[in-house]
Design a binder for this molecule. Structure first.
Ligand SMILES: Nc1ncnc2c1ncn2[C@@H]1O[C@H](COP(=O)(O)OP(=O)(O)OP(=O)(O)O)[C@@H](O)[C@H]1O
Ligand SMILES: [Mg+2]
Length: 260
């Protein structure tokens, strides 16, 4: 039960930042973690220092579209410079998959087919998804056990969530009946504004115990780290951003123990 898609069709809410840094913080606790980049922007790939790199069998684009699967699904996996953290990288090519997948058989199940084979190799698989509800996101939702929803604190956080909730309901109704919400994460919080607190109250009222106690603060280190190709926990382990994602990892693991 450990394939989790980080999703919210709203852009710029902290999906990729969360996928990279939760993945790295979990790896630091001893988990073997696989980060899967399902966004053609490939920000998760560059954020772990693998920009432009391909695994032996290519990128996630190949994982989705190859008709002849490789000898081993590990051929899609690249090691990163962070211990125990691997990635299935993305490239710009992935933008084409949104259309190229349409005529393919089992087009919604293609990521799931690859990741199910990789489950025994990893403790946690985290999928970063694009800011849309197309076939790439659908593949990510079908492959997942649960979704983690980042919400931007200072924004109309709940706006547009009805679309995501609707999509999840449809996925549950057919393609993936056991899909569940892993948790809701408040991101980019600014302590200096009351707005953040108001948003947090609204979100907790709506999602209740699904909302993580950990709130990710606005922290410039989180924005800088990707340009160095490093998770913040490696780039500046003492920063507030690193501390927040480490605390999120602890909370995440506690929940996992509680359900198992
Ligand atoms: N807690 C934070 N503090 C400061 N900057 C942040 C924080 N979280 C994210 N950012 C920055 O905000 C921008 C958007 O974040 P991110 O790329 O993680 O969002 P996203 O939801 O993945 O966006 P997209 O929908 O485009 O994929 C990035 O430049 C990122 O570095
Ligand atoms: Mg992103």
């Amino acid at each position: 039960m450990n394939v989790i898609t980080v999703t919210n069709q709203k852009g710029g809410v902290g999906k990729t930042t969360t996928a990279i840094n939760l993945a790295a913080a979990l790896a630091a606790t001893g988990d073997r973690v696989l980060l899967v980049d399902m966004d053609p922007q490939a920000n998760a790939t560059s954020g772990v220092g693998c920009k432009g790199q391909r695994a032996a069998a290519g990128t996630v684009y190949d994982a989705l579209t190859l008709t002849e699967p490789p000898a081993s699904p590990l051929d899609f996996v690249l090691a990163t410079s962070t211990e125990r953290l691997s990635v299935i990288p993305a490239s710009r090519e992935l933008a084409g998959a949104e259309v190229e997948l349409i005529p393919l058989p089992a087009r919604e199940y293609r990521l799931k087919a690859v990741l199910d084979l990789l489950r025994p190799q990893f403790d946690t698989i985290l999928i970063d998804s694009p800011p849309s509800l197309g076939l790439l996101t659908l593949n990510a939702l079908v492959a997942a056990d649960r979704v983690l929803i980042p919400l931007h604190c200072e924004y109309f956080a709940l706006e547009g969530l009805a679309d995501l909730v609707g999509t999840m309901r449809r996925v549950r109704g057919g393609l993936n009946p056991t899909l569940d919400v892993e948790g809701v994460l408040l991101t980019m919080n600014d302590d200096r504004t009351n707005l953040g607190q108001q948003v947090a109250r609204d979100v907790r009222e709506f999602f209740r115990e699904k909302v993580y106690h950990t709130v990710i603060p606005r922290n410039v280190r989180l924005a800088e780290a990707p340009s160095h190709g490093l998770p913040v926990t490696v780039y500046d382990p003492k920063s507030r951003g690193a501390e927040a994602y480490t605390s999120l990892a602890t909370e995440f693991l506690k929940r996992r123990q509680a359900v198992s």
